[in-house]
Design a protein around this ligand. Structure first.
Ligand code: M6R
Length: 613
């Protein structure tokens, strides 16, 4: 959470930082601020609310500067307010800091500083860290800021990516990272710093991903990278494989709907170069290079959060069915704090869109320490989870900016399906006929998604009808049970309507008590092994006057009669049907959210990338 941007070079820093903050706003939007330095004079501006409010505040102000840092906040310590907004200034006013992460032992440090007479203007852990650094520097015979920072960071626990500027060094930004991402863009006589590459891409494609426990001393024409032990490291420069258009709305009202409509091409991109149905092959180097370990695994653990966890649940069904390997799906946040049994050689699949989710990252580090083999399924190229994995496969969905995960989910399901098919084929646990049949089914998915999206207007009308409901129930069975969970999550986060997802048969064990004539119940009732069973569940809801919205297979002549509203999708093998059934649910949440006037790209209290636990 929180987005950070920095610039040092010949350009005006403020426009670069402002544009960068708008691109990073998906990471948090409780408040924003900038610290700009001109001729060694530091000016700090900050404001509660979205970046647009900061922009408004700065109209007509003197924002002249060639160096600056900016922050967009997702509040952890201290309510969203002007005074808790970053940047924070040190007691002397000489230093300014922005921070993404949490300093867990800040209370102890604050106590020490209070005893020394320090006072604080905010409730944040960040202001404590800054004064701690300044205090160390003062007690260190006013030694270098870099040295003081290093000493401070050895004392703090928690996660951080910080950028620091100092009036006494008017062209330098000092950065440090542990657990929160930092990318440095290398221009000609200028450097850009940001939480991800989106603020950088329009200026340079050459970037350095800073690793944990590294410090960067960044001047317009010099980048020095060191570890926390003060050893110099040669920066590893990589080329960004991203176009500017990928991070712009391209004529859509919101990123969320743009990303929903991108799915035919993102799924195609995910399959491209990997799946060749005519030749009957799947090429995935990460799987091929580790096939012995994967196919002989006595069990597979999947670790993820949120929507990625739902993809993991679908994968559990697919892998167990095709590969006959037991699968356990774990919430990363639970896994990291219990005492899980992980042995050397155990296979762990990590799923993450951002590749930066703190809980997932720490859970993987823990499993890795125990000798597990980590296979990462990640969307953000070069992200932390991608880098700590032993092997993996990118989902190739392109930057996902809307807070609600959509195209990343279908990308994850596509990768997981191919991976399971590949392992099953190598293991001999699938017949050739079924294998080839599923390859063909997967190949046809982009076209089927396209045909669903052509009827998006039908979902908009359904959304209009139910937008004032106070609760929703989502029910599915088998492969579509996790899709029910995903539909409920999507609706909650985008429309603020309470929703629950359940296995349809489980409804009788409690949730059916909720059903009355006001409750919309969304059934994922496609033609599969469970069809007759789910029809019975629909009857049970109908008998209790619940309102039924169903997602059904084209040509099904039973379910329309039981539904108040229904939406048809093309037929598909049940194993990969979730890639299709989730699309109308994504649209439903989008249209309900927008009908209620919610800023669906930035719903309240959320952030795209959850980099704090
Ligand atoms: O980046 P990740 O896939 O690791 O993120 C996991 C969750 O935070 C994420 O899926 C979240 O639940 C989304 N807001 C769901 O739309």
């Amino acid at each position: 959470m929180c987005g950070i941007v920095g610039y040092t070079g010949p350009r005006q820093a403020y426009p670069v930082i402002l544009k960068g903050l708008k691109r990073l706003e998906y990471r948090g939007y409780d408040s924003s601020g900038v610290a700009l330095m001109n001729g060694g004079k530091l000016k700090v501006f900050k404001k509660k609310g979205k970046v647009a409010e900061l922009e408004e505040l700065l109209i007509g102000k003197d924002v002249e500067a060639n160096i600056g840092i900016g922050h967009t906040r997702w509040a952890t310590h201290g309510e969203p307010s002007d005074r808790n907004a970053h940047p924070h200034s040190s007691a002397s006013g000489r230093l300014a800091i922005i921070h993404n992460g949490i300093i867990e032992n800040y209370a102890q440090i604050k106590k020490e500083l209070l005893n020394k007479g320090y006072t604080f203007t905010s409730d944040t852990d960040t202001e404590v860290l800054l004064n701690f650094i300044e205090d160390i520097q003062k007690n260190n015979n006013n030694g270098s800021l870099e040295e003081a920072l290093r000493i401070a960071l050895k004392r703090v626990s928690g996660a951080y990516c910080i950028l620091l500027v100092d009036q006494n060094d008017p062209h330098t930004i000092i950065a440090a990272r542990k657990g929160s991402p930092l990318v440095i863009g290398i221009g000609k006589g200028e450097h850009f710093l940001a939480s991800d590459a989106s603020p950088i891409i329009e200026y340079t494609k050459e970037v350095v991903y800073v690793n944990d426990y590294e410090l960067a001393i960044v001047k317009p024409d010099e980048l020095i990278l060191k570890n926390i032990g003060n050893e110099t490291i040669t920066p590893y420069i990589t080329k960004l494989d991203m176009e500017l258009a990928a991070i712009e709305k391209g004529g859509y009202d919101h990123f969320m709907i743009k990303e929903i409509f991108e799915q035919p091409s993102t799924i195609y991109d995910c399959l491209r170069g990997r799946l060749d149905a005519a030749a009957g092959t799947i090429t995935m180097s990460g799987v091929e290079e580790n096939i012995e370990q994967l196919k002989n695994a006595s069990r597979i653990m999947i670790i993820a959060c949120g929507t990625s966890w739902h993809a993991g649940l679908v994968a559990e069904y697919i892998i167990e069915e095709l590969c006959r390997i037991p699968v356990e799906v774990e919430y990363a946040s639970e896994f990291r704090y219990r005492n899980p049994i992980v042995n050397k050689g155990d296979v762990i699949i990590a799923i993450s869109q951002s590749g930066e989710t703190a809980d997932t990252l720490v859970a993987l580090e823990k499993a890795k320490e125990n000798g597990a083999f980590i296979f990462g399924i990640v969307n953000a190229v070069g992200s932390s989870i991608a880098r700590i994995s032993h092997a993996g496969a990118y989902t190739h969905a392109g930057p996902e900016i809307g807070v609600a995960s959509t195209k990343a989910f279908t990308g994850q399901l596509t990768v997981l399906s191919m991976m399971a098919l590949k392992i099953a084929k190598e293991k001999g646990s699938i017949s050739n006929e079924r294998y080839l049949g599923l390859l063909n089914e997967l190949q046809d998915i982009p076209e089927k998604v396209e045909s669903i999206l052509k009827n998006a207007e039908d979902i908009r009308k359904i959304a209009e009808h139910y937008k004032d409901a106070s609760d929703f129930l989502f029910l599915g069975r088998g492969y579509n049970f996790p899709v029910a969970l995903e539909g409920a999550l999507k609706l909650k986060e985008i429309s603020y309507i309470h929703a629950e997802g359940y296995p349809a048969a489980e409804m009788k064990h409690g949730p059916i008590a909720l059903v009355d004539e006001t409750l919309p119940v969304v059934f994922i009732a496609t033609k599969d092994l469970y069809h007759e069973k789910i029809v019975s569940n629909m009857q049970e809801i109908k008998a209790r006057k619940g309102k039924i919205i169903s997602i059904i297979t084209e040509g099904d002549d039973v379910t329309p009669g039981l539904s108040d509203h229904y939406f048809e999708i093309p037929p598909a093998d049940e194993l990969i049907a979730p890639i299709l059934t989730v699309i109308p649910l994504q649209l439903l949440s989008y249209y309900v959210g927008t009908a209620k006037g919610i800023d669906v790209d930035k719903p309240r209290n959320l952030a795209k990338s959850v980099t704090v636990e």
